[in-house]
Design a protein around this ligand. Structure first.
Ligand code: CA
Length: 682
C-alpha cells in the first residue's frame, strides 16, 4: 500500500513538474531579456527561477521506505546542499543518460534539485586542450563548459559555485601547474592575467544569466597555486581573483579551498598567512574525504579555529563515499577495499547516505559558521560502454575519463602515464546506468529524518583460525552494521560443515557461508598446525625469548637480515671470535599450554666451527627432560630437528629451547637460529 501511495505521489509531483517545466521553456527568453544585469545580480533571477519551479524544488517532498536517515537538528533552509557535477557534459556527449526514481529519463539537474540539491559546483580549467584542440579529459572543463552547466543549474533553481583551479588541468595538494599561456610570466604579469581571466570568465557566466553564488580562488591550494609556492605570490593571485569576483558578482561569496585537515596545524597556518596579507575572502573551505582526512571532530576543530580567529564562514567543498567496493567502468577506483566494512561506514547505499548525513551534521551542529557541504562528482558514472575498449574510446573522444592521452604534453608525469576512466564511479548517487540510488534522497530527508525499520546493512567477515588437532567452533552471532549505522551482533546460521574432513585435510583455508539478518555472512576458517610459541620466527625481535650466554660472547642478538633467515626477515644470530666462547641457551617459557601430546621443532645453520655440542630441549619444572642433537655445517645449510610426541599434563611449568656450544675455527663460530614450532599431535 505504502509503495503504491508513494508511487502515485511521485507521478503527481512529476506531472506538475513537467507542466511547469514546459511553461518555463517558453518563458526563458522573456525572463532573460526583461532583466538587466544589475537586477540579476540582486538575485531576482533566483527568486524568479525558484518561483517557476516551486513548490517541489523549494521544499522537496521526498519519502523513502528503506533509507534510514537520522535527523540533522538545526538545519536551516539556506544550508547549502551542493554537488559537483563537472563531468556531466562529457558523459552526456558520450551517450550517458540520467533517470528519475520512476525510471523516466530526466535532466540531471532536475532530478538533483527535486531531491534537495540546491547548489552545483563546477571546476574551471583555463585551457584543458592540446594544440590540436583535443581535450585533456576530466570533463574538459573550461569556462564554456561551466557556462553550460551553470545555465542548467540556474534553470533548475540551483546556485553555482565556480571552482577556478587556475591551471590547465587538475590542481590539488600534489600539483598546481601554471596554465600554458602564463608559463614564464613574472608574478605581476601573472596576477594581471589571472585578474583579467577571472573577470572575463565570470562575465561570460553573467551574460548567460547564471546564478553564481560563490567563487573559489584556487582548488586545494595547500601552499601552492598556479605554479607559485611562496605565500606572498599566492596571496597576490588570490587577491586578483577576489577583486575580479567582487566586481562582476558583488553578491557572491569568495572562497579559498584547502585539503588535508588531518594535518592539524596547516589550516591555522594558511589562515594566519591570508590574514597577514589581508586577503578579502568570505569562506574558508576544506575537502573532507573520510578515508583520508581524519575525524569529523578534528575537521570541526580546525575550521572553528579559523572562524574564531578571523570570523570566516567555513564549509566542506568536497566529500564523497563509496556505495559499493566494485568498479563499473573498467578503470580502477581510488577506494575499492574488498572488505564489507571500511572505516566507519560500510560501502553500501545506506553507508554512503549515513556518511554524508554525518558530515552535514558536523557542519551544521559542530561548526560555528558552517554554511554547507558539496558532494564531489556525485554523477560521474561509467561512460556507458560494455568493454574497456568501448569506454576508452569515449574517454578519449569526449573527455569523460579522469584524463585522456592528450593531457600527456601538459602533465606527462601523472595524466601522461595513468590516463583513463573514472576512479570514483563507485561514489556516485546514480548506478552505472544512470538510475538514482536511494541514497540520493538523503539530501531531502536530513531535515526531518526518516525513521524506518532498522535492519542489518553489512555483515562483518568472521576470521577464524583453528588447530588441526583442536576443536572447530563457529560463532552463533556475527558483527553487523545496521542501517542506522549502529553496530550489533546478529544471529547467524552457518552452512553445514564436516569438521572431521576439515581436521584431516591438512592446513587449508575455508570460506564458510552463513545467513544473518537476511544477508550473506562469511566465516573465513584457516585450519593450521597451530604454533603454541610466541614470536616463533623472531619477527618481533627478542620478545618472549631469553638468551643466556654462559661465556662472554662477541655477538648474540636478534638480527634483521632476510637472506640469513629461514622465514621472514629476522632470526637469532650468534658469533664469537675467540676459539671456545660460543656457549649459550635460547629459551621460551610456554604459558597456558593445554594438556596434550606435542612436538617441538627448531632450525639452525652456521659455520666455521670446530667441536660442537648443539641440542634442542624440552624443560619441565626447570629440568631438561628431552633433547635432540643439531649440527651446523656451512652457510645456507639449515638443520631442522623435531622432538616428537611428548605428553604434557597442562599444569607443570614448561619451556623449550636450544643449547649451543662450539669451538671456533678460523674467524670463530657463527650461526643463525630460526622458526621454533610447538605443535600439538593426535
Ligand atoms: Ca572506475
Amino acid at each position: 500500500m505504502k509503495r503504491i501511495k508513494i508511487g502515485l505521489m511521485l507521478i503527481l509531483m512529476l506531472m506538475t513538474f513537467m507542466l511547469v517545466g514546459c511553461k518555463e521553456e517558453a518563458d526563458d527568453t522573456e525572463v532573460n531579456d526583461s532583466l538587466t544585469n544589475d537586477e540579476l545580480q540582486n538575485s531576482d533571477i533566483e527568486e524568479k527561477v525558484v518561483e517557476r519551479w516551486k513548490p517541489e524544488l523549494k521544499s522537496p517532498d521526498i519519502s523513502s521506505d528503506s533509507l534510514y536517515v537520522t535527523k540533522v537538528n538545526n538545519l536551516n533552509d539556506d544550508f547549502i546542499f551542493g554537488m559537483d557535477v563537472s563531468s556531466v557534459l562529457s558523459l552526456e556527449n558520450g551517450g550517458v543518460k540520467y533517470y528519475d526514481f520512476d525510471g523516466k529519463e530526466t535532466d540531471l539537474f532536475q532530478v538533483l534539485a527535486l531531491n534537495g540539491v540546491n547548489y552545483i559546483r563546477v571546476r574551471v580549467w583555463n585551457d584543458p586542450f592540446d594544440a590540436n584542440g583535443n581535450g585533456y579529459g576530466g570533463g574538459n572543463c573550461d569556462i564554456n563548459t561551466a557556462v553550460e552547466i551553470g545555465k542548467r543549474a540556474t534553470k533548475a533553481g540551483q546556485k553555482l559555485l565556480v571552482d577556478f583551479h587556475y591551471s590547465d588541468f587538475w590542481a590539488d595538494p600534489a600539483k598546481q601547474m601554471v596554465p600554458k599561456a602564463w608559463q614564464g610570466m613574472v608574478i605581476d604579469d601573472k596576477v594581471e592575467a589571472l585578474y583579467q581571466y577571472t573577470k572575463e570568465s565570470l562575465q561570460k557566466l553573467k551574460d548567460a544569466n547564471v546564478d553564481v553564488g560563490m567563487v573559489q580562488v584556487g582548488n586545494e591550494s595547500n601552499g601552492m597555486l598556479c605554479g607559485e609556492k611562496i605565500w606572498m605570490n599566492i596571496y597576490k593571485l588570490m587577491d586578483a581573483g577576489s577583486r575580479a569576483i567582487r566586481e562582476v558578482y558583488p553578491g557572491a561569496l569568495v572562497a579559498v579551498h584547502f585539503a588535508n585537515p588531518e594535518k592539524v596545524t596547516n589550516y591555522a597556518d594558511y589562515a594566519k598567512k591570508l590574514n597577514y596579507y589581508s586577503l578579502d575572502y568570505d569562506v574558508f573551505a576544506s575537502s573532507y574525504y573520510p578515508y583520508w582526512h581524519g575525524t569529523l571532530e578534528n575537521l570541526a576543530a580546525v575550521l572553528n579555529d579559523v572562524t574564531d580567529k578571523y570570523g570566516k564562514k567555513v564549509m566542506v567543498a568536497e566529500t564523497s563515499y563509496a556505495y559499493t567496493p566494485l568498479d563499473t567502468d573498467f578503470y580502477g577506483n581510488t577506494i575499492s577495499d574488498s572488505g564489507a566494512i571500511v572505516k566507519n561506514y560500510p560501502m553500501t547505499v545506506q553507508g554512503q547516505a549515513n556518511c554524508l548525513r554525518d558530515v552535514v551534521n558536523t557542519v551544521v551542529n559542530d561548526m560555528k559558521a558552517g554554511i554547507g557541504v558539496f558532494y564531489w562528482e556525485g554523477a560521474w558514472i561509467s561512460a556507458g560502454g560494455s568493454t574497456y575498449e568501448e569506454n576508452a574510446a569515449k574517454w578519449e573522444k569526449y573527455g569523460s575519463g579522469w584524463a585522456a592521452s592528450y593531457a600527456k604534453g601538459y602533465d606527462p608525469k601523472d595524466a601522461g602515464q595513468y590516463y583513463g576512466g573514472c576512479a570514483c564511479d563507485n561514489q556516485t548517487f546514480f548506478d552505472q546506468y544512470g538510475k538514482p540510488l536511494e541514497s540520493l534522497k538523503v539530501f531531502g530527508l536530513m531535515k526531518k529524518g526518516n525513521v524506518v525499520e532498522v535492519k542489518p546493512d553489512a555483515i562483518a567477515d568472521t576470521l577464524l583460525e583453528f588447530d588441526l588437532n583442536g576443536d572447530i567452533y563457529l560463532p552463533d552471532t556475527v558483527n553487523a552494521v545496521m542501517t542506522d549505522n549502529s553496530k550489533r551482533e546478529v544471529a547467524v546460521t552457518w552452512q553445514k560443515i564436516d569438521k572431521n574432513v576439515m581436521k584431516s585435510s591438512g592446513p587449508k583455508k575455508y570460506d564458510v557461508l552463513g545467513e544473518a539478518g537476511g544477508m550473506t555472512a562469511h566465516a573465513y576458517v584457516n585450519m593450521v598446525e597451530f604454533n603454541f610459541l610466541k614470536n616463533h620466527s623472531f619477527e618481533e625481535g627478542e620478545n618472549n625469548w631469553v638468551a643466556v650466554a654462559n661465556k662472554k660472547m662477541d655477538e648474540l642478538y636478534c638480527e634483521d637480515k632476510k637472506t640469513d633467515s629461514l622465514t621472514g626477515t629476522k632470526h637469532y644470530h650468534f658469533w664469537s671470535g675467540a676459539s671456545d666462547t660460543v656457549d649459550f641457551t635460547l629459551e621460551q617459557e610456554v604459558e597456558n599450554l593445554p594438556a596434550g601430546k606435542y612436538k617441538y621443532t627448531i632450525s639452525i645453520m652456521g659455520g666455521d666451527t670446530g667441536e660442537q655440542e648443539i641440542y634442542s630441549y624440552v624443560k619441565i619444572n626447570d629440568e631438561i627432560v628431552l633433547t635432540k642433537n643439531l649440527k651446523i655445517t656451512s652457510y645456507g645449510e639449515w638443520d631442522t630437528q623435531v622432538i616428537e610426541g611428548f605428553e604434557y599434563n597442562g599444569t607443570d611449568k614448561i619451556a623449550v629451547g636450544i643449547y649451543v656450544k662450539c669451538k671456533g675455527a678460523g674467524n670463530g663460530a657463527w650461526g643463525k637460529i630460526d622458526d621454533a614450532l610447538l605443535n600439538s599431535m593426535k
